[in-house]
Write a protein of this length. Structure first.
Ligand SMILES: [Zn+2]
Length: 354
């Protein structure tokens, strides 16, 4: 950032939040079947000093709750006093999906994260996405979009970012996850659309749907604070840097291991998600337990995501494995030895803190 103090300005949507003001709004993005307004809860915190405008979004998938808690905490924790810039908290973007506690917009199963920037004359989800994007996201300089794994799976705490797009690597590094998967992202995702519009945006993937996982929420709040520090919103806070850092392009060094037979899945890996070539990751047995297939690690790697629902058919994803170079392996091993490798529970079949 330049060192010139930026002038403080009102944040404009179709109303205006002045410097020094914090406002909670329910912003209408559509109507229910009954004709009642569908309103997105939004908090705008406009600092008393000028600086960048950062959005934080959650609930684009309605059952992914860790980020909803992160955004609630950010909206509560920060005030305009001492803040250099503006924070725009989009607490729950897909309200109908959230109320149904499901991933997609009910009935038509539309995916809001394939619907940005949306269009006014299009389907329900694109209309809602369009209002959110046009009124709020488009006024921002950078953003973080919070997700979890889809139901029946879990994911390691990591970021997804298009590290080659201008300004994105700085944001991803400042958020300070250990793992960043890079790629442009799916068409119509908030991350890919905003990044292409010159608003560097990083997706944060954290744990499971349908629950709050306090350790991950706390890590994400630290990451948010680190981003605010890096971009000068909180000039007196330190930027956190991850102890180890691994960025990897989509599909080059990671692989989904899939079941080849139907049956019951038992996870064998653990307590930490670091596996070595030939290690048993899980077994799939038939119901008579007369046949067993052992799924082995094809290379030394980190388990990024794993099946939680313990039944599988051929083709079901069992685990998502990231290949590790020797240096990263050594750093992870040191962290495990020092007891600093957090975010996991010491049992092979599950992740931390619920
Ligand atoms: Zn999601």
């Amino acid at each position: 950032m330049n060192t010139e103090p930026a002038p403080s300005e009102p944040f404009q949507y179709d109303a205006s939040v002045d410097p020094g003001e914090k406002r909670h709004v329910r912003y209408e993005v559509g109507e229910s079947y009954l004709g009642d307004p569908i309103e997105v809860p939004i908090t705008v915190i406009n600092g008393e000093h000028g600086g960048p405008t950062v959005f934080l979004s959650a609930g684009i998938h309605g059952d992914e709750l860790n980020g909803v808690k992160v955004v609630q905490e950010v909206a509560d924790r920060y005030d305009p006093e001492g803040l250099h810039g503006t924070i725009v908290c989009l607490h729950v973007c897909n309200v109908p999906a959230y109320e149904a506690q499901q991933r997609y917009t009910p009935i038509y199963d539309q995916d809001m994260n394939r619907s940005f920037p949306g269009r006014a004359g299009s389907n329900t989800t694109e209309r809602m996405a369009n209002v959110i994007y046009r009124r709020f996201v488009a006024q921002c300089d950078l953003g973080l979009d919070f997700h979890t794994s889809t139901r029946n799976r879990t994911t390691i705490y990591h970021a997804r970012a298009d590290l080659e797009a201008p300004g994105v690597e700085r944001l991803a590094r400042a958020f300070a996850t250990n793992v960043v998967l890079y790629g442009t992202g799916d068409a119509g995702s908030l991350r890919s659309v905003a990044t292409a519009d010159g608003i560097p945006t990083v997706t944060v993937e954290m744990g499971r749907a349908h629950r709050f996982q306090p350790v991950l929420i706390e890590k994400a709040l630290e990451g948010v604070e680190s981003v605010f520090a890096e971009y000068g919103l909180l000039p007196d806070e330190p930027v956190h840097w991850p102890g180890w850092y691994k960025s990897t392009a989509a599909d080059t060094t990671k692989r989904w291991l899939r079941a080849d037979a139907g049956g019951l899945v038992e996870m064998e890996w653990g307590p930490y998600p670091l596996v070595y070539e030939g290690d048993a990751i899980c077994t799939v047995t038939n119901h008579f337990k007369t046949e067993e297939r052992v799924v082995e690690a094809p290379f030394d790697g980190l388990i990024l995501g794993a099946l939680e629902n313990p039944v599988a058919a051929p083709g079901h994803p069992l685990c998502h494995l990231l290949e590790l170079d020797r240096e990263t392996k050594a750093e992870i091993t040191r962290e495990i030895e020092r007891g600093e490798f957090d975010g996991y529970r010491a049992h092979g079949d599950a992740w931390a803190d619920d």
